[in-house]
Each structure stands twice: as structure tokens, then as C-alpha cells.
Design a protein around this ligand. Structure first.
Ligand SMILES: [Zn+2]
Length: 279
């Protein structure tokens, strides 16, 4: 893979992969690099595959240059090897927090317990900062298939797999982070989807990240709750099963074929992610 020019960034040493960062993001870059090192080893063992990883931890002034997008804060991969995350909190992360008055008293309390900052405001930064591991899941899949942004047989299934990578990693290596990982997506799912323009899996395939951020977060949250349920039913062994299913995917599989493969190759519960999804 070509070596990019990161001359406007500095480099962290001491990790199994290159980590580049913007000035002023050192603390978060160290934490993210340490987390990614753990996830890298965990996935290498669990998936029996070794990916190449390069991590960029960026301040807002470098975001557009390296991602091509003006929207600061969305963790993403920019090629089959490179993962880009925010080194500072993003306004976007505030936008996706549901206003407390829309939540049940129990949900509002759970959100406060997990995400309240010293000034009393809520920040889902602890959740967003975990998503680097989801993105490493994409890098593993892209490299194993040789296709950047691999999306077969369905994009939603790839996102489910990445969330499973994230959930299994946190459960195994950072269990104290489980509340930060689970509370926000569960709250979003509990709010339902009547206020959102899209909710079907077909719409997700069609629009993917081209929908409003709140709507995309709803899909990602629902797929997180599904990943947690799968993990809780069979433990870490569910992850290599989904991985193998994705590697053996081809274009043109019907929903009925995908559902049957999920039942036969993953778990009967996995089939329900598709068959019980709201139509
Ligand atoms: Zn993803």
C-alpha cells in the first residue's frame, strides 16, 4: 500500500502500527492507540487474520485534508489500512444526544449516570471513543477480502459484524467500559423510530451514511443492541462465524438466502436480526 504524506502530523512510537496525530491531541491519541493495540491483538487471535493498521488522531484543522469530509468527528476508514478518529470532542457528538425531556425518567437517569460531565452536561465522547474498534473491524474485513469498503452480502450485516468486534473486545478487555458502550445505543433504540425518516434495512442499503446523522445512529444503535444479544447468547465464538459468513458472501444473495445463511452458519438468533427488523 502506498505511503501517504503525513508531514503535517507527528508520530507516536511504541505501537505495533503507525499512529499519527495532530498537535494538541496527545492524551487522547495515547489512549486510542493503546485501545487499538488491544483490539488489534484480540481480533488477530479471534479471527486468525493479521491486518495492517495505520491510525490518524486528528484535530478539526486536519480533518478535511485527510478524510475529504467537512464533518468532524465521524470515526472512519479512508482506505483498507487507515483509520481516522477525532482527537477532540465534536459538535456532532452533541447533536446525536437525545434531549433529556424526550426520555423516560429511567433512561434519562441512566444517561446521566454514564455520560454526565463535571458541569452537568452530557457527552457521549466515551462511547464515540470506543468506535475506533468498530473501524478496525472494517479494516480486517477489507484486507481479508481485498476490497476497500467491503459490503457483501449486506451493508447492515457488515455493520453488525463491526459492532460485534467492538462488543466482544470491550467485554473481554475493557469490561469497565460496557456501560459507556451500551447505554447510549440502548437509549436510542428505546426511543423508537417514528420521528425518523428511515427505518427499513433496504433504506440502509440504499442510503447508508447519506442519511441524517441521527437516523444513521439509530441504525448503528439497533445493530449494536443486536450484536450484544448475539454475544450474550454464544460468547466470542459468534464473531468468527459471522466473519466466515461474510468472507464467503457473493453478490445477488436474496434476503431469504441471507436469512438462511445466518441461521445455518451463525446462529438461529442471528437470522432474527433480519426477519424481526421493522418493515
Ligand atoms: Zn461501520
Amino acid at each position: 500500500m502506498s505511503q501517504k504524506n503525513y508531514s503535517s502530523l507527528s508520530k507516536l512510537s511504541g505501537y505495533s502500527f503507525p499512529v499519527y496525530l495532530s498537535a494538541g491531541t496527545e492524551d487522547r491519541a495515547q489512549k486510542i492507540a493503546k485501545r487499538c493495540e488491544g483490539a488489534y491483538g484480540f481480533l488477530r487471535t479471534t479471527l486468525a487474520f493479521e491486518a495492517q493498521v495505520c491510525i490518524l488522531v486528528l484535530a478539526p484543522e486536519h480533518w478535511k485534508e485527510y478524510t475529504g469530509s467537512a464533518r468532524y468527528g465521524v470515526p472512519q476508514t479512508t482506505d483498507a489500512r487507515t483509520l481516522v478518529v477525532a482527537g477532540r470532542d465534536s459538535e456532532l457528538w452533541q447533536m446525536i444526544v437525545p434531549p433529556p425531556e424526550t426520555l423516560s425518567p429511567l433512561a434519562a437517569q441512566a444517561m446521566r449516570e454514564v455520560y454526565a460531565q463535571s458541569d452537568g452536561s452530557l457527552s457521549v465522547a466515551p462511547y464515540m471513543n470506543l468506535l475506533a474498534v468498530h473501524e478496525i473491524g472494517h479494516l480486517y474485513l477489507d484486507q481479508a477480502t481485498g476490497k476497500f469498503d467491503f459490503k457483501l452480502p449486506r451493508r447492515w450485516l457488515v455493520e453488525l459484524y463491526c459492532n460485534l468486534c467492538l462488543h466482544a473486545y470491550v467485554a473481554a478487555l475493557e469490561p469497565e467500559q460496557l456501560p459507556a458502550l451500551e447505554t447510549f445505543p440502548q437509549t436510542i433504540v428505546d426511543l423508537g423510530f417514528a420521528h425518523l425518516p428511515h427505518h427499513t434495512l433496504n433504506k440502509f442499503e440504499e442510503l447508508y451514511a447519506g442519511m441524517p446523522p441521527q437516523n444513521f445512529i439509530w441504525y448503528l444503535s439497533k445493530l449494536h443492541v443486536a450484536a450484544k444479544r448475539l454475544y450474550d447468547s454464544r460468547g466470542v465464538e459468534i464473531l468468527p462465524r459471522v466473519w466466515k459468513m461474510l468472507l464467503n458472501s457473493s453478490e445477488g444473495e436474496s434476503d431469504a438466502q441471507v436469512a438462511e445463511r445466518l441461521r445455518a452458519e451463525v446462529h438461529h438468533e442471528a437470522k432474527r436480526v433480519l426477519t424481526a427488523w421493522p418493515a
